[in-house]
Each structure stands twice: as structure tokens, then as C-alpha cells.
Ligand binder design. Structure first.
Ligand code: HEM
Length: 404
């Protein structure tokens, strides 16, 4: 590896050979240039870190903010609003005390215990969606039949949105997230309809609170907490933005990864007790995880022996870190029984994913139900032909065509 690699400025994000293989730059940079200079789609420069220890160190450091609206921070894209974690809602509640408080509140809702109590309902949703897919017959697109609707139905339940209304939520979310398929006018209309619906929904919950996240927040507000209409609205939007596309994409990628080498699927059929560790390994091994997490470094730090000056934007590639040989034995192999598996797919530190217990439960449930219901499941296209979803920040697969 030439020493002047660290002077080079690479265009980021990198392009992977296929939806299930990592870009070759990851291993090269981890080895030869752990603190790399990159140019983002906006044209702004940043530093990319790819080693496990560096990514973990930056993400866990509470001094470093993900709020890139500060003077001197790099912009990801030239246009505004491209990021799932940088939405207005996220920005508003992303810093300091306000964020701490918000996070504490919503964390109560996402405890392992509470989520475990939703497992049966998630399983019923998975069965219902698979029934519908099976009735139509193969081949089927697992994304539109299962991976897309399930997580948004789950979020509807958390927000106390009725079964009758949940497909409207799915439609709005789709328009707001997959912007390329819709005109700006359609996206704006979806956004406006969604906000109007939520205002009405919040009013209903005020009048008649139930056992859901918004009612919980309303009750806290009644007890003197500073939770206004805007925070309620932002919470609902934030949970939808953070929890829908991420989980939908991961379900699609999980099935694609396990079927792209069918020995993996067969191992799970033979040993269903591996579902839990297999889900963790899928999260670790995700080659199409998207952009990574940006942080604005406010003070000098040292990463892999190099000094990174304050006022630098650092992009943490959790997916590259998750394949670091120094942190994981046989890092470039999928080992479905791997344990422990301290991957960074949910981030680390004070901002790490609040919904991770839920995401895990959804992934484990979908996988178990698929193994039981459709043991003969297989990809209906070659893995190299799986069309990538070009979402900039959360990578995914557009369609996962399967047969059984
Ligand atoms: C496989 C699916 C998922 C993945 C890979 C994922 C990943 C992440 C990551 C990496 C972060 C950290 C962002 C940062 O540090 O800037 C995050 C934050 C967050 N996630 Fe997830 N997530 C998933 C599913 C969910 C679900 C299902 C929900 C809830 C319904 C959720 C709710 C949140 C929230 C609210 C935050 C913000 C936490 C904060 O600001 O402190 N996520 N997620």
C-alpha cells in the first residue's frame, strides 16, 4: 500500500460489486489507510474511518455531535433533507439535554420486555402477509409482500394507529422515503396529508389516551413535562423515519444474504435455534448498509495513531468496521452461530438505535416464520442481479424475487 494513499481524496460512498458484496475499498482502507480523506456527494470533504476501534471510539464519544448544521461541518448532499437521521425532527431533538430527555421517554417504550410482549402480534402480521403472498403464488417480490409492510404495521401499532389506517401510513411513508419514484409534488402532498392525519390522531389520543407511545407522552405532558404538540409530531415522524425503511431494507437483505448461498438457509432449517445468532450475523455482514454515520469532531482526537483535528466531519463506516479482522475472527465469512457478536450495525454510545430490541424481534420473527412456512424458499434471480436500492443513507435491495 503506498504511503500517499492518505493524501488521496476518494469519492464517497463507494460502489460495491453487487448488493451482497462489500466495496473492495473497505479492506484496503482498514489495512492501509484507516483515516481516509473522502469527497462526499455535496463536494465537501470529510474523513472516513473503517476500523472497528476507531468507529466505536468516535460513535461512543458524547462530545461529538451528529448535528451537521453547524458552521464548518460537511454537507452530505447538495440538496437538503436527504438523510433519515437528519430530518427536521431528528435535528430538533438531536442535541443535548432535550435529546437526552426525549430519548429517555421513548426508550421506555422500546424496552426488551415491552417489545417481547409485541412478538405475538408481529408473528401474526408475518403469517398474514405470507398467506397473501402464497395465495398469489411464486415468483413473488418479498420486499413488497413482506419486508415493506411489516415494519410500518408494527410502527402503526406503537403509535396507536388502527388497523384500518395502517396502510395509509404505509403509503405516506413510501412516498416520503422513496423519493425517486414520486414527483416532488406527490412527496409534498404525502407529507402534508401525514402531518394532518397525525394532528387529528394526536387530538384523538388526547381525548382518549390508550396504551401507545403517543398516549404515554401525552400523560407525561399532563404531569408537567415539557412536551408540546411539536414534540409529539416529531416523535411520531421520527419513529417512522428511523424504524421503517431501515427494518424493511434489513428484512430484504437478510433473506437475500441467506439465500444467495443456500447452504446458509439449509443450516437454519436444520438448526432453527440459530435464528437469533443468525440475525446478529446478518446485521454484522450487511455489505449494503448505506452511508455510515457522520459526526462533527469538535476537538482534536487520535484515531489509529493519526491526529484528526477539531472541526472535521468524520464518517463512521459501521459496515466496514463490522468486517475488521482485528475485532472478528473469520470476519469475511458469515458464521451463523457467531457469539459474541458485538457488531456496530445499530451504532454505539448515546445515540445508538433506540429501536434495536424491536428491530431484532422483527427480524427474528420474520426469519422463523419464513423457515417454518416456506422451507423451499429460494431466490428467483441470481444474487448479482438483485437490484440495489439507491437510497443514499440506508442501503437496500429494491426487489427480492423469490420462489418456493
Ligand atoms: C435493522 C433495523 C435498524 C437499523 C439498522 C437501525 C440503525 C440505527 C442507527 C445506526 C442509529 C444511530 C443513528 C446515529 O447515531 O446517528 C439509529 C437510531 C435510531 N433508531 Fe434505529 N435502526 C433500525 C430499526 C429501528 C426501529 C425499528 C426503530 C423504532 C421503531 C428505530 C428507532 C431509532 C431511533 C428513534 C433512533 C434515534 C436515537 C437517538 O436519537 O438517540 N430504529 N438506528
Amino acid at each position: 500500500m503506498s504511503t500517499d494513499r492518505s493524501e488521496q481524496v476518494l469519492d464517497y460512498p463507494f460502489r460495491a460489486p453487487s448488493a451482497v458484496e462489500p466495496p473492495e475499498e473497505w479492506a484496503k482502507l482498514r489495512q492501509g489507510c484507516p483515516v481516509a480523506h473522502v469527497r462526499l456527494p455535496s463536494g465537501d470533504k470529510a474523513v472516513l474511518v473503517t476500523r472497528y476501534d476507531d468507529v466505536r471510539k468516535v460513535l461512543s464519544d458524547p462530545r461529538f455531535t451528529r448535528n451537521l448544521s453547524q458552521e464548518g461541518a460537511a454537507r452530505i448532499t447538495a440538496n437538503e433533507g436527504g438523510s433519515a437521521f437528519e430530518s427536521e425532527a431528528a435535528a430538533e431533538i438531536s442535541g443535548g439535554e432535550q435529546h437526552e430527555k426525549w430519548r429517555r421517554f421513548i426508550s421506555r417504550w422500546f424496552t426488551v420486555k415491552r417489545i417481547a410482549s409485541m412478538q405475538q402480534s408481529i408473528e401474526a402480521m408475518a403469517h398474514g402477509l405470507i398467506d397473501r403472498m402464497v395465495a398469489k403464488g411464486p415468483p413473488a417480490d418479498l420486499v413488497s409482500e413482506l419486508a415493506f409492510p411489516l415494519p410500518v404495521w408494527v410502527i402503526a401499532e406503537i403509535l396507536g394507529i388502527s388497523v384500518e389506517d395502517r396502510d395509509r401510513l404505509a403509503r405516506w411513508s413510501n412516498a416520503m422515503l422513496t423519493m425517486t419514484q414520486f414527483t416532488q409534488e406527490e412527496v409534498d402532498r404525502a407529507q402534508a396529508e401525514f402531518v394532518e392525519y397525525l394532528m387529528g390522531h394526536i387530538a384523538k389520543k388526547r381525548a382518549q389516551p390508550g396504551d401507545d407511545l403517543l398516549s404515554d407522552l401525552i400523560r407525561a405532558a399532563d404531569q408537567g413535562e415539557h412536551i408540546n404538540e411539536k414534540i409529539l409530531l416529531m416523535t411520531a415522524q421520527g419513529v417512522l423515519v428511523a424504524g421503517h425503511e431501515t427494518t424493511s431494507n434489513m428484512i430484504g437483505k437478510m433473506v437475500a444474504m441467506l439465500l444467495s448461498d443456500r447452504r446458509r438457509w439449509e443450516q437454519l432449517l436444520a438448526e432453527p435455534s440459530l435464528v437469533r445468532s443468525a440475525v446478529e450475523e446478518v446485521l454484522r455482514f450487511d455489505a449494503n448498509a448505506g452511508f455510515g454515520l457522520p459526526r462533527f469532531i469538535t476537538e482534536d482526537i487520535e484515531l489509529s495513531g493519526a491526529k484528526v483535528p477539531g472541526r472535521t466531519t468524520v464518517i463512521c463506516s459501521m459496515a466496514a468496521a463490522n468486517r475488521d479482522e482485528k475485532a472478528f475472527e473469520r470476519a469475511d465469512e458469515m458464521v451463523l452461530s457467531r457469539s459474541p457478536n458485538p457488531h456496530l450495525a445499530f451504532g454505539a454510545g448515546g445515540h445508538s438505535c433506540v429501536g434495536q430490541a424491536l428491530a431484532r424481534t422483527e427480524l427474528q420473527t420474520v426469519l422463523s416464520v419464513l423457515l417454518r412456512r416456506l422451507p423451499s424458499l429460494d431466490l428467483a434471480v441470481a444474487p448479482e442481479a438483485l437490484p440495489r436500492r439507491e437510497g443514499l443513507l440506508v442501503g437496500g435491495i429494491e426487489r427480492v424475487l423469490v420462489r418456493w
